[in-house]
Design a protein around this ligand. Sequence first.
Ligand SMILES: Cc1cc2nc3c(=O)[nH]c(=O)nc-3n(C[C@H](O)[C@H](O)[C@H](O)COP(=O)(O)OP(=O)(O)OC[C@H]3O[C@@H](n4cnc5c(N)ncnc54)[C@H](O)[C@@H]3O)c2cc1C
Length: 458
Amino acid sequence: MIDGKTLRVAVIGAGPAGMYAVEHLLQEAEFRCEVDLYERLPTPYGLVRAGVAPDHPDKKRIGDRLFSYILESPRVRFIGNLEVGTHVRHAELADWYHAVIYSVGAGSDIRMGVPGEELSGCHAAREFVAWYNGHPDYSHLAFDLSCERAVVVGNGNVALDVARILTMPVAELEKTDIADYALQALRNSAIKEVVLLGRRGHFQGAFHNPELEELERLADVDIVIDSEDLPGENEVVLDDADWETRRKVKTLARLSRRPLTGAPRRIVLRFLTSPVELLGDQKVEQMLVVENHLERGDDGVLRARPTEKESLIDTGLVLRAIGYRGYPFPGLPFDDQRGVIDNRDGRVVEGDLPVPGVYVTGWIKRGPRGVIGSNKKCARDTVRCLLKDARDGHLSPAALNADQVLSELAGRNPALLGLEGWRNIDRGERLAGAHQGRPRIKYTDTETLLRSAAAPAG
Ligand SMILES: Cc1cc2nc3c(=O)[nH]c(=O)nc-3n(C[C@H](O)[C@H](O)[C@H](O)COP(=O)(O)OP(=O)(O)OC[C@H]3O[C@@H](n4cnc5c(N)ncnc54)[C@H](O)[C@@H]3O)c2cc1C
């Protein structure tokens, strides 16, 4: 350690998990923590900016309300537009700092594994979400919204987000920070129906009740619950169903009894159905699906099993929303089954042995589950491990001081940016948004982001 009580820590990834980790480090009293927060994009806040749906402004504001003050601390340096693994290697960081915390999120997703998945018109919901949120790596993508029916495979909150964005009145989206090009594409969209396919039944949906209840408030959209065995709203439901499941099933039952209004668009929730194959000539035209039934295994878990009953759904757009997934990070052990950097309670492990001074938090630690707030406790647990290791003398000295690190990095990537750069981007986007009564108008390509970072908006 530099003076025995100063800890120099690199946090990799400025999403919620990284931000909370920095916050916990700053609150530490025994050691004086100095943090370099690395982010591959010119902008911080991870999925709060590039994942959370634009019609959830309260969640989006978490970046400004909760995280921006963390970046203002004189003990934190934001190092944006710098990708760890590309511009700097893990082994170098491990040498330069007392400790490194990886909070790089889950940058990939699970595939359906059915024939025809490669056809044009079939995408990951992850890409669609990143596209409408203006993520610079995805802003060049094009989604064909000229068909009348889209199918979203999956039964979680991301599937619901995507269904809402595809069907809600564009006038509502015009008040948000959705990317301008996405707004234009949605204005021209021909989509009238979005079908959500759930592999299992309505009791097993992965969505949360508040997200389901949002469907009740969606203007000009009919909701169709395609399930024959929904109980009445006040009927006693399965004995072993927990409180959250009962709430969800009640909401589904309420939705299913709402009379259809002949609204211009509709969302259909179809349960116990799985994709079998995507059919089409070059482009998706139909999806072959199979009905499932539920079978309880010896372990007590209900699993979907296909029946003989197959049918076709006409569609030109398929979005798979069956789970995000982390990918291996160069130089770090990876648990391929769980899609996370191999760790025990946040300490990175190789086999059974901890890799000294290397930690993880957030989705790359525990898998792609949980809301923004879940990452707070996750980060606290990780930081506690780190501090214990510091106390127990398990951390190696930091080879470079703060100035040496920065000059090394600047030599490798002259376009890296600091807090002032992000502030300029933020100010510019908000100013542009204010003219249109929107929270911000996002810059959606790296060139524009870097140009605005260099020039204070005024
Ligand atoms: C579509 C979607 C909608 C959601 N909506 C909500 C919601 O409404 N409410 C809610 O509470 N939760 C929501 N969540 C969950 C919430 O976004 C996650 O819990 C949270 O973002 C996970 O945080 P994280 O920091 O682990 O990952 P991320 O948010 O993904 O952050 C990871 C960061 O690491 C950076 N990074 C990656 N690789 C590198 C590298 N090599 N070098 C440097 N930086 C790197 C990334 O650019 C990113 O900024 C949503 C999630 C998704 C996917």
